[in-house]
Ligand binder design. Structure first.
Ligand code: FES
Length: 154
């Protein structure tokens, strides 16, 4: 680009470049400003619409029938990563099926414990506490509701 200055002018190339930058910033700011009295242009981004159901509490998820959970035992639901137990008749408990040792999924409820196949950890079916390590912590309890013979994961 060629910049010509009249003889004796003090305008330098640097001043011209700086002035061009100021004009560009001013034009950008003017385009972005809104004095509040005018409607936004049709192409202006609009407030995102709330996704349906986003503010609503999550719907309960049907998990199983109470008849599928043996008294003194339980069942693992891999898709939901949850294990449901029935330590005594009519009392249902639910826990995360993810072992607290290294994150394997427990795969069996037997002998009064929830068992992890990876390194042998066992958890009590009553409260998810560690009966046999190496798991360092109990299984996290999950909230369920029992309505009639339907067990729902909250
Ligand atoms: Fe379960 Fe190691 S991951 S015992």
């Amino acid at each position: 680009m060629l910049y010509r200055t009249p003889p004796g002018s003090e305008v330098t190339r640097r001043a011209v470049v700086a002035g061009t930058g100021v004009l560009a910033v001013s034009a950008t700011l003017a385009a972005c400003s809104n004095d509040g009295n005018s409607a936004p242009p049709a192409s202006a981004p609009r407030e995102p619409a709330a996704a349906p159901g986003l503010d609503a509490p999550p719907a309960a998820q049907s998990l199983a029938s109470t008849t599928a959970i043996p008294v003194g035992g339980g069942a693992v639901f891999p898709s939901q990563q949850v294990v449901v137990t029935q330590p005594v008749a009519g009392t249902f408990k639910a826990f995360s099926a993810i072992c607290t040792h290294s994150g394997c999924m427990v795969n069996k409820v037997a002998g009064g414990t929830i068992n992890c196949p990876c390194h042998g950890s066992k958890y009590d079916i009553k409260d998810g506490s560690v009966v046999n390590g190496p798991a360092p912590d109990p299984l996290e309890e999950r909230k369920i509701t029992v309505s009639g013979d339907a067990i729902q994961l909250s």
